[in-house]
Design a protein around this ligand. Sequence first.
Ligand code: ATP
Ligand code: MG
Length: 276
Amino acid sequence: MSTSSHHILVKFGGNSLSGQGDLERFAGELAELIDRDYHPILVHGGGPEISREMEVRGMAVRKVAGLRVTDDAALAVAEEVLSRINAATVAVLRAKGINAMGVSAAQAGVVCRPKPPVIVIENGVEAKVDLGRVGDVVGVAGTWLDEVLDAGVVPVIYPIGADASGDRYNVNADTMAAFVAQAAGAETMVLLTDVPGILRGGEGSREVVHEVTFQGIDELIAEGVITGGMIPKVEACRDAIRHRVAVVHMLNGRDPGSMVRKLIGQERIGTTVTQG
Ligand SMILES: Nc1ncnc2c1ncn2[C@@H]1O[C@H](COP(=O)(O)OP(=O)(O)OP(=O)(O)O)[C@@H](O)[C@H]1O
Ligand SMILES: [Mg+2]
């Protein structure tokens, strides 16, 4: 692994960057970071696009604790949509002169296993929900990631992983980002989303929590402030920090220049997670 540059994992979702214009602006911001000796590693989701495609095909969309219930047909849609977003992203980055290479997490060597059923409380009653083809990450096999980083390549990874026998799983993109960040030895992880960080009044409120500790996260979950897709996101932040990622920010990907302003300009935007 090269030591001169600062490895930074940047994750974006489908709502944080939508359409060609956003993607081009994002590529410009990444180019600016690369000029300042950052070496990005990208992971992306595609939640809204997957849901849209499932609806077009008349499939039911269901999420539990922020995770998509994924049967075989939904996995096929997720793979198709994510690989399409991946190819579009790589094309835009390369057009900006960035040496990007797109792969699935499975191709990058990420090893998964089925996620155990999640326990949810519905109307005061505990229920176990089997998420189907949703994976947890268990490790990374081979040296692909180290080799491409050494070669100065910017990997662009979509979160479909495989187990040892090649069966594939849909993994939440934030969960995948935290894992890839630690596997790549990234010092910094930035999760770009469609909100300006954790909102104190919950979804739709205005007040951003700029700094939050592990314990603060527990409290916000218990109070019902953090819900939906924000749950796997904050868990990913904690996971990354537990595994020696030094700096973890959530930023609004729709806010032009937010990454550069936060990392270079030290602007007080987004949410920074610390162990506390
Ligand atoms: N307290 C909170 N503050 C901010 N957002 C919250 C909060 N609680 C729940 N959310 C929801 O979390 C969402 C972000 O997670 P979501 O999974 O939808 O997007 P993403 O992770 O950026 O994209 P993708 O899942 O496609 O990778 C917000 O749009 C908001 O609706
Ligand atoms: Mg999400």
